[in-house]
Design a protein. Structure first.
Lengths: 498, 480
């Protein structure tokens, strides 16, 4: 029974509990809301693990497929499916969500109900977007993420939260609305070529989309652009990244973890899932452009991160740089580089999620994130220092930890076809090591000059509990990447081949 | 007049007679005032039930009225709007001390006018229905008869309305001169026989008809009355005014398009409609950003929304028309939800309904605020709301008919609109409560309407197949 509706149950569980929290809980039931949220996210994690257990890595296609008519007159169906690419991202999402609740257990004290409900609705949107196999359904889930995130930044965020929230909404929508027209045009093409309207992903793959001449005369290039813009804003690809530092810095810790850990991945996931297979010729044509943008993002993001005085901003800009690597791997287009990009999406979710979580820990204690306000923390917070160092090393790609696997695969996979981009991109790794290690030095090793830092307490058991799973996966992926690479290999080979 | 004819207009008869009874009861039994509102609601619900159970089809009154699924769809939507407006009006009028029977009587008459208009193939019957609708509304706009701003609204709507009626009538006359008939059925026959030529006379006539209707729709460049009238009218009237006349007029425009456009007129008619649609979408959304008063903001948003609906009319075909009908069902629900919340403002009616007065209310009045937020997200076209479904269907029709650029303009315009819709949510949840808190009263009918509409907006957004089925059946009567 559950086999037929496993994916639906997985997607709808958090959202349904979220609505219960929002509409049915009494006004002051903060504690009940927190527990419900945590339980719902743990249930989702269990369901995701169940989906993993039932997943057959040898099959490159969609599994656990569900299909029901939704708007049959228009050719829209409620159809879900999971391939290896979606699986690893679903696992990441399901893993991060409970950690967000644990880490925000006390730091969110206002309107707790609303926070829990927003987070759970957001999770439904994210899981749905990963698992939808109908373009209309995908779009609905994609947009469903917008409103909860708007609230998360706008209500629980920092000082300039309103500016950041509105900027986030407008940037995201600007891209996705044009994608909507693109989706409509694809359905129209399907009608023109096959006589029926359809929004099904599988049907779209059969379309013959003309390349035409020039940019404005080429349906395929225009469609590619409409989709790519939506995804590139989400990634974000330089120069569309300007919403990201604002959103990250102003969002509460939990919001930043989800934003960096998962929402950004939707951009690269979209490029993988939609742009590459649907518009192969346009993808080829756009590769040089995206290679250049990726290299710029890697170097620019790293340099700007280096110059930051605020730890959270530094981590935010490092995201721009890291996401540049993923774009580079995707557009390099070999199996190794694409696998590397995918695993790097997971790695970035883990390491950046961990970093944002840890920045939140000292912010809760000191209410400042400026690097100069710290120094010498290693003496007073040894466990915290260890955690931060581990996340840092994972982020800069120390062999033995997860970050190395992704970067190595991307760079080796891309080298044969794009040696120059790889050479330039590799400098990003060096820069990454410089800015992250200098951050660690200034925060943890230098002399302890601020007296108020002397009394800081180390990680509580709750904070340690939130961090521990991330650490486990950082090491696990680093030591034994095959476990995870195997999941997506068939799907990626299928993507590259077909 | 046969029994068939009487059965055909039974719902309208119930409305007109019921309205008459309410108006008279105000004179002879004013002590029963409290029952007038519920009574009007029951009469309107009764009319809906009659329309669906009688199942009279075909022509009535020697071809003056046409009873089809399209008419039934519009009737349902008009009457739902009446019920919702009447529910909001009951506590509202009590608070403003204007609880008179005429209000509900006029509301029912206006509904009857709109229903007649949407069900005819005959230009003169259209005109009669439009006048019944409009004259009732002139009085309703000015119903706060001691308030200058309400009187101004009534006066403005009267002057502009009379002007529009004259233009419409002139257009009808010219069209009659060109075609020799008032009947759209005969026009269709002529067009099919190739007897309909795009003469200057005909084009001028149609352009004037479009202009006359454009006044009623409040689309650019005939929109200037809308903000003042929306702002000044009693809020339940504004809610009614913002949906009912527009829905009826658009259906008439659809009937006119279906009759005239397949002929040689397409190259003139469609670009004209497209231009009006683009201008309305762009100007409505841009100017709405500058508004500080919620009612005025909704007026400009209404201008933009009529632009979106016109996109469906440009695309036409069954998809386009079905899109328009879904659009109106959606627009009714989300707009009335919004106005129901506005009606909960209980400061002096003369005062503006400032956006800033919403500050911090989100945590204080969860029901109303959530309903208003859902209405705003739906108006902005963000899924999973019916507002998104409606926009999706209209733009889909446009893309399928080759109007891709129009759809692109449409989505860009809605991007602009997101800014001011989301600003309402921002005030509700992200601003602290002000020191001097504005007064609100949220009696149960207002809560019921707001929450019910919001719930429907989401429910129809998630499961729109049923609504679309109805709309497609209705559209199929006009276009194959």
């Amino acid at each position: 029974m559950l086999h037929d509706t496993l994916l639906s149950t997985l997607i709808l569980t958090p959202g349904a509990v979220g609505l219960v929290v929002l509409l049915l809980l009494p006004r002051q039931a903060d504690s009940a809301a927190r527990w419900l949220g945590l339980l719902a996210s743990l249930a989702t994690l269990a369901l995701a693990a169940l989906a993993w257990a039932r997943f057959d890595p040898a099959d490159p296609g969609f599994q656990l497929v569900e299909q029901r008519p939704w708007l049959p007159q228009v050719g829209i169906s409620y159809s879900l499916g999971m391939d290896g690419i979606a699986l690893v991202l679903v696992l990441l999402t399901a893993l991060l969500q409970p950690l967000v609740f644990i880490s925000s257990w006390t730091s969110i004290s206002q309107h707790v109900k609303g926070f829990i409900a927003s987070m759970l609705l957001l999770e439904t949107g994210v899981l749905g977007a990963f698992l939808a196999t109908d373009l209309f359904l995908f779009y609905v889930f994609w947009e469903l993420m917008l409103i909860p995130m708007y609230f998360i930044i706008g209500v629980w965020g920092g000082e300039r939260r309103i500016y950041a929230a509105v900027k986030f909404v407008l940037f995201t929508l600007a891209g996705s609305l044009l994608m909507l027209v693109g989706i409509l045009y694809l359905a129209y093409l399907h009608h023109a070529q096959f006589g029926v309207f359809s929004f099904a992903y599988g049907d779209m793959l059969r379309l013959d989309i003309p390349m035409g001449a020039g940019f404005w005369g080429s349906p395929q290039l225009l469609l590619f652009a409409a989709f790519a813009l939506a995804f590139a804003i989400k990634v974000p690809v330089w120069p569309l990244h300007t919403w990201l530092p604002d959103a990250h810095v102003e969002a509460p810790t939990g919001g930043s973890i989800i934003l960096a850990g998962i929402l950004l991945k939707l951009g690269t996931f979209g490029l993988m899932r939609y742009n590459r297979p649907l518009f192969p010729e346009a993808w080829e044509a756009a590769t040089p452009l995206f290679m250049v943008l990726a290299v710029i993002a890697i170097i620019y993001g790293a340099l700007v991160a280096w110059a930051q005085k605020d730890i959270k901003k530094l981590v935010a800009y490092s995201s721009v740089s890291h996401m540049g690597f993923i774009i580079l791997g995707l557009f390099a287009g070999t199996v190794a580089s694409t696998q590397g990009a995918l695993i790097q999406m997971i790695n970035h979710g883990l390491s950046t999620g961990a970093l944002f979580m840890l920045v939140g820990v000292i912010y809760d204690r000191r209410h400042t994130r400026l690097i100069e306000d710290f120094g010498g923390l290693a003496k007073v917070m040894p466990l915290y220092t260890f955690a931060f160092l581990l996340a840092t090393l994972s982020s800069i790609g120390l062999p033995g930890l997860n970050g190395f696997v992704g970067e190595f695969l991307i760079l080796t996979g891309a080298f044969a076809r794009h040696p120059l981009a790889v050479a330039l991109g590799a400098t990003g790794i060096v820069l990454g090591a410089i800015y992250m290690l200098s951050l660690v030095q200034r925060v943890f090793w230098n002399a302890l000059v601020h007296e108020e830092n002397r009394t800081l307490s180390d990680l509580t058991w709750r904070e340690a509990l939130a961090f521990a799973p991330l650490a486990v996966f950082m090491v696990w992926i680093g030591v034994q990447p095959g476990t995870f690479l195997r999941l997506s290999e068939a799907a990626v080979r299928h993507l590259i081949g077909g | 007049m046969t029994s068939h004819d009487l059965l055909a207009i039974l719902p309208e008869l119930v409305l007109v007679l019921g309205g008459g009874v309410l108006v008279l009861a105000e004179v002879f039994a004013p002590s029963l005032r409290r029952t007038f509102g519920p009574l009007a609601t029951i009469i309107a619900l009764g009319a809906v039930v009659l329309r669906w159970t009688l199942a009279v089809h075909g022509m009535a009154f020697a071809g003056a009225l046409r009873l089809d699924e399209l008419g039934r769809f519009v009737d349902t939507y008009v009457l739902v709007a009446v019920v919702l407006a009447a529910l909001v009006a009951v506590p509202y009028l009590r608070r403003t001390k204007h609880e008179f029977g005429e209000f509900h009587g006029l509301l029912l008459w206006a509904a009857a006018g709109a229903m007649v208009m949407a069900k005819t193939d005959h230009f003169l019957v259209v005109f009669v229905g439009l006048e019944l609708l409009s004259i009732s509304l002139y009085v309703l706009n000015a119903f706060h008869r001691t308030s200058g701003i309400s009187l101004e609204a009534g006066w403005k709507y009267l002057v502009v309305g009379a002007f529009a009626a004259a233009i419409l009538l002139f257009g009808i006359a010219l069209t009659y001169g060109a075609t020799g008939t008032f009947s759209l059925v005969e026009v269709t026959d002529k067009a099919a026989g190739g007897d309909l030529l795009p003469t200057l006379l005909l084009l001028a006539g149609l352009a004037l008809i479009l202009a006359g209707f454009a006044f009623k729709l409040a689309v650019v460049p005939f929109h200037a009355w809308a903000p003042d009238v929306y702002q000044g009218s009693p809020t339940p009237v504004t809610a009614f005014l913002s949906v009912v006349p527009k829905g009826a007029v658009l259906v008439v425009l659809a009937r006119v398009s279906a009759a005239f456009v397949p002929a040689a007129l397409t190259p003139q008619w469609l670009p004209l409609l497209a231009a009006v649609a683009v201008a309305s979408m762009v100007l409505g959304n841009l100017v709405a950003i500058a508004q500080r008063d919620l009612k005025r903001m909704l007026a400009y948003s209404g201008i933009a929304h009529m632009g979106y609906a016109l996109v469906g009319l440009v695309a036409f075909g069954r998809d386009g028309l079905a899109g328009i009908l879904v659009y109106f069902a959606a627009y009714t629900l989300m707009n009335i939800a919004a106005f129901a919340v506005v009606a909960a403002f209980s400061e002096n009616e003369e005062e503006p309904h400032l956006l800033t007065d919403l500050a911090g209310q989100g945590w204080k009045r969860p029901t109303l605020s959530l309903a208003l937020s859902i209405a705003m997200f739906s108006l902005a076209g963000i899924p999973p709301t019916v507002g998104f479904t409606a926009k999706f269907l209209v733009f889909r029709a446009a893309v399928n008919e080759g109007w891709v650029w129009l759809a692109v303009v449409g989505v860009l315009a809605s991007l602009v609109s997101v800014f001011y819709y989301v600003r309402v949510v921002f005030y509700l949840y992200m601003k602290p409560l002000p020191k001097r808190e504005p007064a609100y009263s949220e009696p149960w009918p207002i809560r019921l309407v707001a929450a019910g509409c919001a719930a429907a907006v989401v429910a129809l957004g998630i499961l729109p197949a049923w609504l679309l089925e109805l709309a497609e059946a209705a559209a199929a009567t006009l276009v194959r």
